[in-house]
Design a protein around this ligand. Structure first.
Ligand code: GDP
Ligand code: IMO
Ligand code: MG
Length: 425
């Protein structure tokens, strides 16, 4: 059974936790898009691991982890991450971590260009993670990017890096920003590359062989559907296809290799960065932040919080072909008296049950809410779906009904063991 794990909201839905839970019965865990803009948290046995580029399966022994061709890899960031995770007692050997030779390389100047563009946008900024994601994907699409395989040919790669640094400096000079020295960039990139070299390979035949020999593959999505370059709240999105299809183009495994798509969402909604958030609610944000929750794993920024938005979830289930929902952070609502679920947007007097492409419509979208009673009790110690309070089950059943997909998993706490399996519908 090969499964894509995909985010259904604006990222940070708890994908890392669900991937980790499912890794026990998987053989290979594969990232297919995004870069170290992702921050996936896994907590088990009292230890917390935060993964940015490494697939979450890395913390398990004897599982293969693959960084696929669709990922943009910051070599310096990846080496730092490998060292950090190794420092937590996890071994990361070349047979355990494979990096695609087709993955594009994030250079230090991509990060600076990302930051410069954000500064230039002022109030209109995207609120990026400043990890150079947009500029690197832009180079890829512009057909002037640098791939891992190119770094194997040092002479060619140095010429490419020198050219790219010169172009970046032209832009940075306009903003009066510090310019890059090409030789220093080359040194920095190659120091990291030498550490990564044993891991770099043509991952596509490896993945196909695993597929054909009946191994279980787990595709770890990064970001979420509303951050997808095509389906998200454009332009307040990331620069890759974060939806299920991205897991195929980003790994070289075809749609026929996929058996299931688990869509991960929180029991409420969160978003970091700028852009529309119709169900955003200051009261709920203050409440969750007061509990010490909802601070970003990558940048530490407080996430905006709001009520469950099934207009967005319905759309996300459609475009991802979700076969089962993993609803995390149910425990976040444990103490709330009355819960709201957005079932439609009222835009200029017309009800919409799917989001529109028209960016100006977001400002006029008034959420239509349905109220449900809270369960007002602690769910964190529940060890089975059956133990959940009836009102929590009713909330989840309504969520599933409005989204058109069955509940598969429920999260009642951040630890691996706080994952409940829902009975088959
Ligand atoms: P990802 O990017 O989708 O992997 O999600 P993040 O790790 O960025 O953010 C999810 C946050 O919620 C992390 O702090 C997780 O430890 C935490 N988390 C995941 N599932 C649950 C859950 O069911 N309950 C609680 N309390 N926390 C959870
Ligand atoms: P995970 O995998 C939440 C957001 C940024 C910004 C927008 C563009 O942990 O769910 P980028 O740096 O990608 O150009 O930023 O996308 N963003 C995320 N938000 N979780 C993420 O990843 C995100 N990755 C990017 O905040 O709004
Ligand atoms: Mg995250």
């Amino acid at each position: 059974m090969n499964t894509i794990i995909t985010g259904l909201q604006w990222g940070d839905e708890g994908k890392g936790k669900i991937v980790d839970y499912l890794t026990e019965t998987a053989d290979v865990v594969i990232r297919g898009q995004g870069g170290n803009n992702a921050g996936h948290t896994v907590i088990t046995g009292g230890t917390k691991y935060v993964l940015h580029l490494l697939p979450s399966g890395i913390i398990w022994d004897s599982k293969i982890n693959v960084i696929g061709n669709g990922v943009v890899v910051d070599p310096v960031g990846l080496v730092t991450e490998i060292e950090r995770i190794e420092g937590q007692g996890i071994s990361i050997t070349p047979d355990k971590l494979l990096i695609s030779d087709r993955a594009h390389v994030v250079l230090p100047c991509h990060k600076e260009l990302d930051a410069a563009r954000e500064a230039a946008l002022g109030e209109q900024k995207i609120g990026t993670t400043k990890r150079g994601i947009g500029p690197t994907y832009a180079d890829k699409i512009n057909r002037c990017g640098l791939r891992m395989a190119d770094l194997l040919n040092r002479e060619f790669a140095c010429a490419q890096i020198t050219r790219r640094v010169a172009e970046a400096n032209e832009v940075l000079a306009k903003f009066d920003l510090t310019l890059f020295d090409a030789d220093q960039v080359i040194d920095e990139v190659y120091t990291a590359f030498e550490r990564l070299r044993p891991h770099i390979t043509n991952t596509i035949p490896v993945l196909h062989e695993a597929w054909k020999s009946g191994k279980t593959l787990l595709f770890e999505g990064a970001q979420g559907t509303l951050l997808d370059i095509d389906f998200g709240t454009y332009p307040f999105v990331t620069s890759s296809n974060t939806t299920a299809g991205g897991s195929c183009t980003g790994t070289g495994l075809p749609p026929t290799a996929i058996d299931a798509v688990v869509g991960v969402c929180k029991a409420y909604t969160t978003r970091v960065g700028s852009g529309p958030f119709p169900t955003g609610d200051e009261g709920l944000s203050d409440y969750l932040h007061g509990l010490g929750r909802e601070f970003g794993a990558t940048t530490g920024r407080p996430r905006g919080c709001g009520w469950l938005d099934t207009v967005l979830l319905r759309f996300a289930c459609m475009v991802n072909g979700v076969t089962g929902l993993a609803v995390t952070n149910v425990d976040g609502l444990d103490a709330y008296e009355t819960l709201q679920i957005c079932t439609a947007y009222d835009i200029d007097g017309t009800l919409h049950t799917l989001p529109l492409a028209d960016r100006s419509a977001w400002d006029r979208a008034v959420p239509v809410y349905e109220s449900l009673p809270g369960w007002k009790c602690d769910t964190t110690a529940c060890t089975s779906y059956e133990q959940l309070p009836e009102r929590a089950k009713s909330y989840l059943a309504r969520l599933a009904e409005l989204c058109g997909a069955p509940i598969a998993f429920v999260g009642v706490g951040p630890d691996r063991i706080q994952t409940l399996v829902a009975p088959q519908a």
